[in-house]
Design a protein around this ligand. Sequence first.
Ligand code: ADP
Length: 243
Amino acid sequence: MHPPSDPRPLIEVEDLARDYPLGEVVVPALRGVSLAIRRGEFVAIMGPSGSGKSTFMNLLGCLDRPTAGRYRLDGEDVTGLDPDRLAALRNQTLGFVFQSFNLLPRASAQENVELPLLYAGVKAAERQRRALEQLDRVGLADKAGNLPAQLSGGQQQRVAIARALVNTPALILADEPTGALDTRTSLELMALFQALNAAGITLVLVTHEHDIAAFARRVLGFRDGRLVEDRPLAAPRRAAELL
Ligand code: ADP
């Protein structure tokens, strides 16, 4: 049912470390993490508050630079890239989904989905076509003209997922995407993520809920800035069957 994973690593990190200077002291938020994630994987990152999950996601998302170590994204060493190239790489290679949706309140669902294409310089007609295609993919074809406030939380998160997909990124990074949603809506979202993953999209998702991590195919555990667990899930739960 699932396409076989492409053996080329999409993400390769080696001894990745990030220290935050805090007054006179230095907080070692990440203390040397090494791992690889292949195309087609669905990875959940778990760990207590303060264990370094957000720091790691910010590095994966090229939103921050490591203090030490190496990060290769899609074969390119991103550690030494200048800010313009990093921004371009983010726009072309990555899609982001956040706990709080992060939609523009005065823009319609369609306009929100078009945003990454606007930044990429895509022309209006093509932007519209691709935005509507992705809204359809997440089940919101009939809500394209709605403002975020005219949508439920689950629908807003679907718009955010369509926005993350619109640039056909190699990887989607989702930070607590179900954190603001009720149980049933969370299940619907996880069913959507599983369907996207079955279609070949690589997903890395941070969650503090075991029930949510159980839908992934691999779980990484962080503690005190270190990777302390890396476990494949042989038979992940299927969210669509629980709805
Ligand atoms: P998590 O996402 O698992 O809750 P974080 O990556 O946010 O963990 O934080 C890891 C550690 O780094 C924590 O001790 C946190 O207090 C510290 N930290 C995070 N961001 C900063 C910052 N900007 N300045 C100083 N310390 C930070």
